[in-house]
Design a protein around this ligand. Structure first.
Ligand code: NDP
Ligand code: 2IT
Length: 444
């Protein structure tokens, strides 16, 4: 058995019942095979892969809070501190009923490589809870966040571990979490990113993941002799990443015809009116269905099925494994030629292999959604320097970071003789920096 196969077998054996984690590890190990085989003896001796797949630390805790009926509720809280070779742990917090250790380990593992690709000094981590903010009052969300932070604050700090948002965690939650951190520690420091603009947040952070996704998509298209102008695009989800991906895609002349949430999707052949989506999702915290009630050209369809909508480019921006082999076949049959992942691991392995074999341009999430965490690192930088950059300054930096990521990923794919395979390119380029730092720092 090769070293990468051995490690995969070990991960399966030692992490039972964690399918998402297995899936993320397998994809990376398959990509790294090319690098590892060339230096197998050295990597084996140093136990590089054993260390890479084992989180430095997993913290799990009970989160008690009281609901509006006066009843005690208990949730699970976690922080996975995966790898700190190149900087303090950095990565979001997810609040969603599906959250478990497998999902947070897959996200933390991906984050290690993604953060490396940004070129900024941030290690990988992820955390969250099975708490569901949907349908909760502001007071309930605040009570939950305060209790969650009461425990989490023991393990984080501006130079130690810096959480941010992810599914179910936006500006409101970061605010309550930050307030409680400050109250408990007495420190006004950059311990969270995605903060509000009046209390240490960075301009562009809200838009960063979606904008960054479209910036790297634009690079990928240009390199293939194409452009965003006039492309028909389908974007799944209607949360933070989806909304700002649509905004930038429209700005660059594309037409977005469908968006979704976990209940269903809307198709608007005239092009999505984003101000209406923003009002439904960011202001009213409503359902995407309401879009079709307000816009006569739109049709709402309950359930999955967004990938049956004909498009040139698909941007999955909701959640893991939302685009499977059947979805991929439907996209290809309808003439889709490019996919860039806004979410983390939204495309199943079978679907990824299929679209790559069909010659589609495919940019994996750890490269294409890295604009969010990169701008978080820029927020940390501004917090340390005690100043705020303008929108244009941050946006320009973000654009350059995404261009640089495209170049790194494309270059690594070329170097290892798989030109255009950006999955392999992203995994190898992300790995190279982390492994160099791990080797230099000895056995820790
Ligand atoms: P939000 O909570 O703002 O939005 C999530 C969107 O995805 C909602 O429309 C939600 O629908 C939908 N969704 C969530 N879970 C499911 C599910 N199980 N099935 C179908 N639809 C679902 O989250 P974000 O936009 O922040 O995150 C979206 C993705 O992007 C995630 O994979 C996240 O990890 C990734 N990401 C986020 C970054 C960020 O900066 N925010 C950075 C990099 C990656 P509903 O409201 O019905 O639940
Ligand atoms: O998946 C991700 O990269 C995020 N949710 C953003 C993490 C961050 O620290 O900004």
């Amino acid at each position: 058995m090769s070293y990468t196969e051995e490690i995969y077998a070990r991960v399966i054996e030692q992490n039972p019942g964690e399918p998402e984690f297995h899936q993320a590890v397998k994809e990376v190990l398959d990509s790294l095979k090319l690098v590892i085989d060339a230096n197998e003896e050295e990597y084996r001796k140093l136990g590089i892969l054993e260390r890479l797949v084992e989180p430095e630390r997993i913290i799990s805790f009970r989160v008690p809070w009281v609901d509006d009926q006066g009843k005690v509720q208990i949730n699970k809280g976690y922080r996975v501190q995966f790898n700190s070779a190149i900087g303090p742990y950095k990565g979001g917090l997810r609040f969603h009923p599906s959250v478990n250790q497998s999902i947070l380990k897959f996200l933390g593992f991906e984050q290690v490589f993604k953060n490396s690709l940004t070129g900024l000094p941030i290690g990988g981590g992820k955390g969250g809870s099975n708490f569901d903010p949907k349908g909760k009052s502001d007071r309930e969300v605040m009570a939950f966040c305060q209790s969650f932070m009461t425990e989490l604050q023991k393990y984080i700090g501006a130079d130690q571990d810096v959480p941010a948002g992810d599914i179910g965690v936006g500006g409101r939650e970061i605010g309550y979490l930050y307030g409680q951190y400050k109250r408990l520690t007495g420190q006004y420091e950059g311990v969270l990113t995605g903060k509000g603009l009046t209390w240490g947040g960075s301009l562009v952070r809200t838009q960063a993941t979606g904008y960054g996704l479209v910036y790297i998509l634009d690079e990928m298209l240009k390199a293939a002799g194409k452009s965003m102008e006039g492309q028909t695009i389908v974007v799944s989800g209607s949360g933070n990443v989806a909304i700002y991906a649509v905004e930038k895609a429209q700005e660059l002349g594309a037409k977005v015809v469908a968006m979704s949430d976990s209940n269903g999707y809307v198709y608007d052949p005239e092009g999505i009116k984003l101000d209406i989506v923003k009002d439904i999702k960011e202001v009213k915290r409503g359902r995407i269905k309401e879009y079709a009630e307000q816009v006569s050209s739109a049709v709402y369809t309950e359930g999955k099925g967004i990938w049956t909508v004909k498009c040139d480019i698909a941007l999955p921006c909701a959640t893991q494994n939302e685009l499977n082999l059947d979805d991929a076949k439907a996209l290809v049959a309808n003439g889709c030629f490019a996919i860039a992942e806004g979410a983390n691991m939204p495309t199943t392995r079978e679907a990824t292999d299929y679209v790559q074999a069909q010659g589609l341009l495919f940019m994996p999430g750890k490269a294409s959604n890295a604009g969010g965490v990169a701008t978080s690192a820029l927020e940390m930088c501004q917090n340390s320097a005690r100043l705020s950059w303008t929108f244009e300054e941050v946006d320009e930096k973000l654009k350059n970071i995404m261009k640089d990521i495209y170049a790194k990923v494309a270059d690594a794919a070329e170097r290892y003789d798989v030109p255009g395979n950006f999955v392999v390119g992203a995994n190898i380029a992300g790995f190279e920096k982390v492994v160099d730092a791990m080797k230099a720092q000895g056995l820790v």
